[in-house]
Design a protein around this ligand. Structure first.
Ligand code: GLN
Length: 475
């Protein structure tokens, strides 16, 4: 039996009927990691002993239940897993051992998941290629000369390379969807407030959300059901019912309205991505949906708004890394110099850039011009989405304007930022969105299509994504 070909629900049911041992599942994935990860470098830390021990516990327990029973899950290393190192891809956290589990980790453990390791990321999730990790670069398993995307590049690469079945990532401006698109896997950013952020290393607190990455919409839907829900420890979580999302994947989208943003033609898009996008629209029409044109004149400001809001929030969130409380310690004979030395040596250049921008944008005299202004435009973008969703059920865009790029290809930070033009507006508006692989370009690199859903309507969003996934099998 090819264990890596099994879906989440197949693994769970086979372990329940004892047709399959959790240990064999874990060993299969660990063997793949041993074989491939010296090249791919998706993992910062592999939990060999822990994962095998957990698998044995499951095999020896007569009470076999759980939506993720025996399913290997890789976790982006900005999510807290008790008793293991948590680095957020930064030198400043090196050596810090997490004293508690994030809420999502508690939840997946309760449902029988086996955490197989921690995956690489851009430092503090700031980046779009995983090249900003303080430790090493992760490669795209489709073609190792290309980046896997970011910041959850390790998570997407691990899924693609069959080094795990499911991975968790975090998405502040596209970090689950863009790497999923670059690696040819499925990545979901839930509605803000659907999933608890407790135990997620904070970047932009009004934008951050944890989301699943998997090989199929079904696997991602099951994982979403497990990690969702109101949490007393995160006051921004919403009291909305947690559905069994997988049961909504009927493939029936007749009469649904798919929004096409008129202004999308003003963005520079790789021709092959553009072509795949057009084809995906036709597919929805063929399946009985209606394409409706919507207008979002302020969409073009999303990137500028994000690069004020996200760094502002980051500059406040990252103030806590002072060398006293966590991980790496600098060297000096007085406190002020100690802080300075810790932060000079501990943070990488992209993180420093964001802290400087954020501190400036929030400073007295500039706050109104930058942060307040950006917040106002954010609100306008939110309203434009709201109006759009009065006439459509889901909005379609390419996930990223291009397929994966080569290492070092994006010479300036701004060029790198542009790879998130279509994902960032979604975070600004707190919406859910998913990236589904849809064909490849002439170099064989995966293309991703993004579907954006209504607030807390993940079931509809996932069903739309399911239609595209099934059709993609025939293109
Ligand atoms: N690439 C974007 C940034 O660098 C988004 C990152 C993310 O979603 N964590 O900020």
């Amino acid at each position: 039996m090819d264990i890596t070909a099994l879906s989440v629900s197949q693994i769970v049911s086979k372990i329940k009927t004892k047709e399959l041992k959790a240990k064999d599942v874990v060993l299969t994935y660990l063997t793949n990691i041993d074989r491939l990860d010296s090249e791919i470098k998706a993992y910062l830390n592999v939990f060999h002993d822990y994962a095998l021990k957990r698998a044995e516990e499951i095999d020896n327990n007569p009470n076999k239940k759980g939506l993720l029973l025996g399913v290997p899950v890789a976790v982006k290393d900005n999510i807290s897993v008790k008793d293991f190192e948590l680095t957020a891809g930064s030198k400043i956290l090196k050596g810090y051992i997490a004293p508690f589990d994030a809420t999502v980790i508690e939840k997946i453990k309760e449902e029988g998941a086996i955490i197989i390791g921690k995956t690489n990321l851009d430092e503090f999730a700031m980046g779009s290629s995983t090249e900003n990790s303080a430790f090493f670069k992760t490669k795209n398993p489709v073609n190792t000369e290309y980046v896997p995307g970011g910041s959850s590049g390790g998570s997407a690469a691990a899924v693609k390379a069959n080094e795990t079945l499911i991975a968790l990532g975090s998405d502040t401006g596209g970090s689950v969807r863009q790497p999923a698109s670059f690696c040819g896997v499925v990545g979901l950013k839930p509605t803000y407030g659907r999933v608890s952020r407790y135990g997620l290393v904070a970047f932009g607190s009004s934008l951050d959300v944890i989301g699943p990455i998997g090989k199929s919409v079904e696997d991602v839907a099951i994982t979403l059901s497990v990690i969702s829900g109101f949490d007393l420890r995160d006051s921004t979580t919403a009291k909305v019912p947690v559905l069994n999302f997988e049961t909504y994947l009927t493939g029936d989208i007749k009469g649904k309205k798919v929004g096409l943003i008129k202004e999308i033609q003003n963005f520079k898009i790789q021709p092959e991505v553009e072509e795949a996008f057009r084809k995906s629209l036709e597919i929805f029409e063929k399946n009985g949906a209606e394409i409706v044109e919507i207008s979002m004149p302020h969409l073009k400001y999303a990137l500028s708004v994000y690069y004020i809001v996200a760094p502002s929030e980051a500059s406040a969130n990252l103030a806590r890394y002072d060398g006293v409380r966590y991980g790496f310690e600098g060297n000096a004979d007085n406190l002020r110099d100690f802080y300075e030395d810790t932060r000079t040596k501990g943070f990488g250049s992209e993180v420093k850039r964001r802290i400087l921008i954020g501190t400036f944008a929030l400073s007295e005299g500039y706050y109104d011009q930058y942060y307040l202004k950006a917040s106002k435009v954010r609100r306008i973008i939110f309203e434009e989405f709201k109006r759009a969703f009065e006439i459509c059920d889901v909005i379609l865009t390419p996930t990223s304007p291009t397929t994966a790029f080569r290492f070092g290809e994006k010479a300036t930070p701004l060029e790198m930022y542009l790879s998130d033009v279509f994902t960032i507006p979604v975070n600004l508006a707190y919406l859910p969105a998913i990236s589904v692989p849809f064909g490849v370009d002439s170099k064989g690199l995966p293309i991703g299509i993004q579907m954006i859903g209504k607030w807390f309507k993940e079931e509809e969003l996932l069903n739309t994504a399911y239609v595209l996934q099934e059709e993609a099998k025939h293109v």
